[in-house]
Design a protein around this ligand. Sequence first.
Ligand code: LCS
Length: 393
Amino acid sequence: MKKMKFGTLCVHAGEHPDPSTGAHTTPIYQTSTFVFDTAEQGAARFAGEEEGYTYARLVPNTPTHRVLVDKMVALEGGEAGQTFSSGMAAITAVALSLLSSGDHLLSTDVVYGCTYSLFSSLLTRSGIEVSFVDTTDLDRVRRHLKKNTRMVFLETPANPTMNVCDISAIARMARAVGAVSIVDNTFASPMFQRPLELGADVVLHSCTKYIGGHADLLGGVIVGTHEFMRNMTPVVNDTGVTMGPHEAWLCIRGLKTLHLRMQKHASNALTIARYLEAHPKIAWVRYPGLPSHPQHAIAKQQMSGFGGMLSFGIAGGIEQGRKLMNSVALCSLAVSLGSVDTLIQHPASMTHADVPKEVRIRTGISDDLVRLSVGIEEPEDLIDDLDQALAKI
Ligand code: LCS
């Protein structure tokens, strides 16, 4: 059959009537264990000689999980995938499966705060060498790759500076030294960026954001090759990082409207970015869709849209920024992102509070940076809210 377009895949990929009942909508298999027909069948499943379900922590988890995985594999253009209890569980599992003491990890310098802490504290404590590199600078990436680099971790667009790096070029460099390239695609979603098609080996998401889309679940997902995902199975099974079946179902339901939501997130974000850029009380705006973004050219090349995230600074610094955050009424003052409703937060004191101040300053996570996750409300109402809040500062 002809390859279907992205929006059709969002609705249909991975879905089929439930084989045991014919239920049209994927059922939630809310069970922790599965009954075997015979002792021989149970043994064959544990030996990997027969496909099928055993216990919900163990791959392939439950039929609900499989539908979500098949949908994500279709949307990202990969071969196989796995779900996780959170985005951090996915990142931890991929790091554990690839890295041992003595190995080197090269990571984008600007990443989500807990990713930074995981890499700089927990992994470093386990004897893994970690370099945080400005991946917008390809020469720097080249200089920091080593013989023992096993994993190259890219976050693009990056949380919260919105830095964009060249996935194809870095994936090629990583491959040349035998490292696996991994892209955290949480900000763009597969609607706007498909890292595997750009040459990356593995793509991952916090499903808590655009995949679920409604701020009502925690989850993570990884998509890669059959071989890569097979090699990850022991880590998944033995660490218990599995998503729950209800969360898997919420993600399936959320993905059915991903294409519609993302279009509205992106058009709203562009409208608001332009509004803020023209506002006399705003010092600067970072949105990959604005020509003023330093990596706008790469963003245009590797993304088909620019997403719903933006950051900005207020003239007068964070004191004025706090006043703004305390004055909004429609926007919610909350961390997380990628929900249908608009969220505003202050990374230096919230999502990235654990990143040391000198690192924050060096990498552009400045004290005056305010982050906006633009929802799918009508843009006029969002601008009215920002306008009344800016009038108070
Ligand atoms: N990757 C990115 C780019 C993220 O922004 C986050 C969470 C994660 C991974 C981790 O996902 P989780 O474990 O929460 O599902 N980012 C958050 C943020 O900016 N505010 O709150 C969470």
